[in-house]
Design a protein around this ligand. Structure first.
Ligand code: NDP
Length: 290
């Protein structure tokens, strides 16, 4: 078994992004600037946003957090999005999801200018992705593609099984893995909570991408020898022995499944860091696009 080391790969990519930013600086160009809008006090969201901002700082990118109280109205948030859309100083921005219940994720996502939508969630960018046109790819699927490339994983003609059909992970990665390109050219099966006999399907996977949010759901008896596994899931469980007060779990029982897998991502240190680095790459792309 070989570990798909997202932490190490993300560090390498960050160095490449930093070099590119240094070249922009040397030419007197504008330094890319990412803004993260954070609404409320969700612990996981705060951690994710802080990690994104720290990554920007590491590569020499400008970054700003816009923090809004969870009492902010939908109208006020949409006004903030409009302000960021119009601000030429800002190359790309994200609105960290989930939003409080009184605000529509959909309305906010659709209000973001597609040219600044570095999360790649806007319907315009999703449509371009579906047509294989250049665009911002959603950060987590993009991170998985980069891991596949960097580890030279064969995808041509393989059976790729995706568990979970969210619009930010499962659906886009299933589309990307079926594209006529590398990575791609897989025969893809997209599964979800209504799938019957899931185990029969996962047992025939050459590549298994799991994003359902149920800790250690995929067990060794559900996979075959030699499978390549991408574990997207991140669930926090309280753990007093940890400094942070919690432990992170993936959707895959790493201990059992890694005995059979040819390649596997750990949690933490797998897909998570690749998601962050993809956001940096998208921000660089947004800045260049100007
Ligand atoms: P969602 O929570 O939006 O959706 C979960 C999906 O899993 C749904 O499509 C659901 O099916 C499906 N599902 C639920 N139960 C089963 C089951 N028993 N069998 C098969 N499918 C099932 O997914 P997200 O993609 O937003 O998140 C998934 C996980 O990935 C979470 O742990 C999240 O924290 C993590 N995540 C990690 C990221 C990273 O950077 N590493 C980035 C984004 C998410 P249905 O549609 O029928 O309800």
């Amino acid at each position: 078994m070989q570990l798909l080391d997202g932490k190490k790969t993300a560090t390498e990519i960050k160095l490449e992004v930093a070099e590119e930013i240094n070249r922009i600086k040397a030419k007197g160009g504008k330094i890319p600037h990412l803004v993260a809008v954070l609404v409320g006090n969700n612990g996981a969201s705060i951690t994710y946003v802080n990690a994104k901002i720290a990554a920007c700082e590491k590569v020499g990118m400008l970054s700003t957090i816009v923090r809004l109280n969870d009492t902010v109205t939908e109208k006020e948030l949409l006004e903030e999005v409009d302000r960021l859309n119009k601000d030429d100083e800002i190359d790309g921005f994200i609105v960290q999801l989930p939003l409080p219940k009184h605000i529509s994720d959909k309305k906010v996502t659709e209000a973001i200018s597609p040219s600044k939508d570095v999360d790649g969630f806007h319907p315009w960018n999703i449509g371009k992705m579906m047509l294989n046109l250049p665009t911002f790819l959603p950060a987590t699927p993009y991170g998985i593609l980069q891991l596949i490339e960097r580890y030279n994983i064969e995808t041509n003609g393989k059976h790729c099984v995706v568990v979970g059909r969210s619009s930010i992970v499962g659906s886009p990665i299933s589309n990307l893995m079926s594209r006529n390109s590398y990575p791609g050219n897989c025969t893809v099966t997209l599964t979800h909570s209504r799938t019957v006999n899931l185990k029969d399907i996962t047992l025939s996977a050459d590549i298994l991408i799991v994003a359902l949010g149920k800790p250690e759901f995929i067990t060794a008896d559900m996979v075959r020898e030699g499978v390549v596994v991408f574990d997207v899931g991140i669930t926090r469980k309280a753990d007093k022995s940890k400094k942070s007060g919690y432990k992170l779990y993936g959707d895959v029982d790493f201990e059992g499944v890694s005995e059979k897998a040819s390649f596997i991502t750990p949690v933490p240190g797998g897909v998570g860091p690749m998601t962050i680095v993809s956001l940096l790459k998208n921000t660089l792309l947004a800045a260049k696009g100007k």
